[in-house]
Write a protein that binds this ligand. Structure first.
Ligand code: ATP
Length: 408
């Protein structure tokens, strides 16, 4: 059932971007006897005049055959996951087309993944998160360009609001609270008052806390990849969504510091956020991320010593054990007195190599061990603090220290 156009609601442009490609997709589907649709985000963005590189396609049967035929046509690869009834065609320019079998979903309980069964396009739209994402554009020959909008998504696009399809939506899948905030901030929309009330009720009742740590972290990674991270995190805090998913959230100075991280690599933003959240072992982050987040969190202890450090060698000694990602974060979030030595370490001190290295010491007959490392560190400190200037002086100092060890 395609709904009637609403006054003021955007309609698909007469000429679609990538129209030849979209027609090819629809034509290929019909060769296998299925209707083909552009669905979800790409339709929303098309109606808003935004465009992204990736396409989400739904077919009512044979996603594997349609995907394989398309990949053959493009001379690229198709990866199909039978269990999920969906696959991806990679395109030569790095973008991709996701092809999914239309399905219906049934939630056996709050916050658990749904049971999925094949179904038609209407059911496939009912299962979606928000009306603005519950849109389909038919691509099949004969009906090309027909918009299917059973939940008045176009009207909500025109009114610039994020609205759920039914009252149990946030309970079924509390990740939708993260998504509602992400779309509202990204698009400059409001969360429609009824939807906001439902979202707040679901948070109050603790449903987001039932999500698996994997799913929560996935949502946080998506937030970190958005240009408007700051207002999104602000909203996550305001709505107590992070509090619902983590035992504790270190809020003090969080937003101020986050602001200083504008434009930084999303992975570093993620490390910073993790450093503010109680992260039990259940949270599946990489060892690198866990160590970096811990170092950012524990920097409080090092801060006064670093602020007092006068010699470059002291700065080096204090900062060398800290993971690089943590230092990149701290180099932006800390106050100037501390930021400066961190920057000095990152830009200069950590790259300093001396002529007295492992090979040199072995050539003097010293075996690797604690003494070995001490000599290297002492020569490096002398070099960093300007007590030795030339390669010859470094080697001379290295020999002297080695002799003192009784080995050289
Ligand atoms: P983006 O522009 O961020 O990629 P998108 O709308 O394409 O936005 P995806 O996460 O790629 O978002 O999801 C594709 C579509 O699948 C959505 O448009 C929505 O219709 C549906 N969807 C995704 N996640 C959910 C969810 N948790 N609950 C219901 N529907 C969802």
């Amino acid at each position: 059932m395609a709904s009637k156009p609403e006054a003021g609601a955007p309609a698909p442009p007469a000429t679609l971007p990538a129209e030849p490609l979209l027609r090819l997709l629809g034509g290929t589907g019909s060769e296998f006897g299925t209707r083909t649709f552009l669905v979800g985000g790409p339709v929303r963005d098309l109606l808003l005049g935004l465009s992204g590189p990736d396409l989400d396609i739904a077919v009512e049967s044979s996603p594997d055959l349609v995907g394989r035929a398309l990949a053959e046509r493009f001379g690229t690869r198709f990866i199909y996951h039978r269990r999920f009834m969906s696959g991806t065609v990679q395109l030569a320019d790095g973008s991709h087309i996701d092809i999914t079998r239309t399905r219906t979903e049934e939630y056996p309980g709050p916050a658990v993944l749904p049971r999925v069964r094949p179904a038609g396009i209407e059911d496939d739209l009912v299962r979606r998160d928000f009306t603005i994402n519950a849109l389909a554009l038919e691509l099949s020959p004969g009906s090309f360009g027909r918009l299917i909008d059973p939940h008045c998504g176009r009207l909500d696009l025109a009114r610039r609001r994020v609205r759920v399809l039914h009252d149990a939506s946030f309970r079924d899948d509390p990740t939708r609270a993260y998504r509602a905030i992400r779309f509202a901030v990204r698009l400059g929309f409001e969360i429609e008052p009824g939807t906001l009330a439902l979202m707040r009720a679901a948070i109050r009742e603790g449903f987001p806390g039932l999500l698996t740590p994997e799913r929560v972290l996935y949502e946080l990674r998506l937030v970190c990849a958005e240009p408007l991270v700051l207002p999104m995190v602000e909203a996550l805090l305001r709505e107590k969504l992070l509090h619902a998913c983590f035992d504790s959230v270190a809020e003090r100075g969080l937003l101020r510091r986050l602001q200083r991280l504008a434009g930084i690599d999303p992975e570093l933003l993620f490390v910073f956020l993790l450093s503010r959240l109680s992260l039990t072992d259940r949270f599946p982050v990489t060892t690198g991320e866990r160590d970096a987040a811990r170092a950012v969190r524990e920097f409080d202890r090092l801060r006064p010593r670093l602020a007092r450090a006068r010699r470059p060698s002291t700065v080096h000694r204090l900062l060398a054990p800290i993971p690089g990602e943590a230092l990149e974060v701290l180099a932006r979030t800390e106050a100037a007195a501390v930021r400066r030595p961190i920057r000095l370490y990152l830009d200069r001190l950590r790259h300093v190599r001396t002529a007295v290295d492992g090979r040199f010491l072995r050539s003097l007959g010293i075996r690797p061990g604690p003494a070995f490392r001490r000599i290297i560190e002492k020569v490096r400190a002398a070099r960093l603090d300007g007590r030795v200037g030339t390669r010859e002086q470094e080697i001379e100092l290295g020999r002297r220290l080695a002799r003192r060890q009784g080995n050289g």
